[in-house]
Ligand binder design. Structure first.
Ligand code: GDP
Length: 137
């Protein structure tokens, strides 16, 4: 069993489609071992995305991620990291496969409805950024 970190991003929470995304997660066989709704500050978003700090869209991304609440989750499944990235689809919804979350729900390359860890080391940073061990059940 592997754990990964997921976010339902502000664009999706704002449009009241969190439930549709959570349904897809459950239908795909993930166990939700942690979940909460939070409103990130700009500096908390910057800390989360620090690996992207040199990228041209960093400021816009952190402004977007802190403009309204998000739902953060820890998902468990065999090969959860790769499986969640497959279910999300490509970063740019124009390139995402049919049936993926980003194809169905994303507004554009930035407001793309969901986040997922891209490697075990990333998940090992991202999960404890938001959750204590006691919150994962
Ligand atoms: P991910 O792993 O698929 O989320 O993609 P990345 O790690 O490359 O980028 C992190 C997040 O930054 C993406 O999910 C988007 O929200 C945003 N992003 C990525 N590329 C771009 C871009 O070219 N322009 C803008 N405005 N945002 C981007």
């Amino acid at each position: 069993m592997e754990r990964t970190f997921a976010i339902i991003k502000p664009d999706a929470v704002e449009r009241n489609i969190s439930g549709k995304i959570i349904s897809k997660i459950e239908e795909a066989g993930f166990k939700i071992v942690g979940m909460k709704k939070i409103h990130l500050s700009k500096s908390q978003a910057e800390g989360f995305y620090y690996v992207h700090k040199e990228r041209p869209f960093f400021n816009d991304l952190c402004t977007f991620m802190s403009r309204s609440p998000v739902i953060v989750m820890v998902l468990e499944k065999e090969n959860a990291i790769a499986a969640w990235r497959t279910l999300m689809g490509a970063t740019n919804p124009a390139n995402a496969e049919p049936g993926t979350i980003r194809k169905e729900f994303a507004k554009n390359i930035e407001e793309n409805s969901s986040h997922g860890s891209d490697a075990p080391e990333t998940a090992a940073f991202e999960i404890p950024y938001f959750f204590s061990a006691l919150e994962l059940v």
